[in-house]
Design a protein around this ligand. Structure first.
Ligand code: NAI
Length: 264
């Protein structure tokens, strides 16, 4: 490593963690974890574009996020729209430096009741769309020799969590994709990582837990920190992974889970 490549510990703190001058795209950024990822990236200096399927919540989200935030209505499952989405965004906002694949759906059903259509719907949103959007962004990042891609995975990729077979399969697929893409893109200075949230208080989690106090207590019991996470806990981890402070980190899945994955 040359002297120029070294990060001087005092002179460059906190700028090494700063996202100033960077543009980030966050799918599903109008609510839940995605919204707080947007908040944290903005606080760290980035320009942020959020996407989602419905205009009204996106408009409201951008109004509260402030002037460095913008939105585009986009359904990630419309695969043939993703290339033009990215081309249009880069024409309007400049290069996308950071892609956060956050949009996702869950479905809780015993495995024997899951239809092929159910399974396909979850895989299509959580895995196929993630690949298609990543490919559209990465093509440009690779050409520019710069970029950071972050997938929002799940502890469901690691545990035998009952009644989420399609969701767990989709997130396991995302984890495999991270490792392959990190291997392929590293020489182009494009990093690819995942964050695996534990149990984070959002409407998705409340839906999964509200009718199932036994599941909720089980999750809490094995979380050493003793409470559920907040969306901003994922937001700050995203800032770190997107920043130059994480420049030597690629191909990982980082648990942000209050110790849930190591709890007994
Ligand atoms: P949420 O339901 O509050 O947010 C999901 C977002 O994705 C929403 O804004 C929704 O509109 C958007 N979305 C869904 N389908 C879309 C589509 N086809 N096109 C565009 N946007 C779409 O859920 P939450 O909890 O914020 O989840 C965010 C991510 O975090 C998901 O990938 C989820 O799997 C993951 N996750 C959440 C955990 C939790 O405890 N809340 C735990 C582990 C992972």
């Amino acid at each position: 490593m040359t002297k120029e490549q070294q990060i001087h510990p005092t002179r460059q703190f906190p700028s090494t963690f700063s996202l100033e001058g960077k543009t980030a795209l966050i799918t599903g950024g109008g609510s839940g974890i995605g919204f707080d990822i947007a908040r944290c990236l903005l606080a760290s200096g980035a320009q942020v574009i959020i996407t989602g399927r419905r205009e009204e919540p996106l408009k409201e989200a951008v109004a509260s996020l402030g002037e460095r935030a913008a939105y585009r209505v986009n359904d990630v499952t419309q695969l043939d729209m993703l290339e033009s989405l990215i081309a249009g965004l880069e024409a309007d906002f400049g290069p996308i430096d950071i892609l956060i694949n956050n949009a996702g759906i869950n479905m809780k059903k015993p495995a024997l009741d899951v239809t092929d259509e159910d399974f396909q719907r979850i895989i299509h949103t959580n895995l196929q769309s993630v690949f298609a959007l990543t490919r559209a962004c990465a093509r440009r990042m690779v050409a520019r020799n710069s970029g950071s891609i972050i997938m929002i995975s799940s502890m469901a990729a690691y545990y035998g969590l009952d009644r989420v077979v399609a969701y767990a399969a989709s997130k396991s697929g995302v984890e495999g994709m991270v490792r392959v893409l990190a291997s392929e893109f590293s020489r182009f200075n494009v990093r690819v990582n995942a964050i695996a949230p534990g149990f984070i208080e959002t409407s998705m989690m409340r839906t999964a837990m509200s009718s199932d106090p036994e599941r909720m207590n089980k999750a809490l019991d094995r979380t050493p920190i003793g409470y559920f996470g907040q969306p901003e806990d994922i937001g700050w981890a995203t800032v770190f992974l997107a920043s130059d402070a994480a420049r030597y980190i690629t191909g990982i899945s980082m648990p942000v889970d209050g110790g849930n994955s190591i709890g007994f």
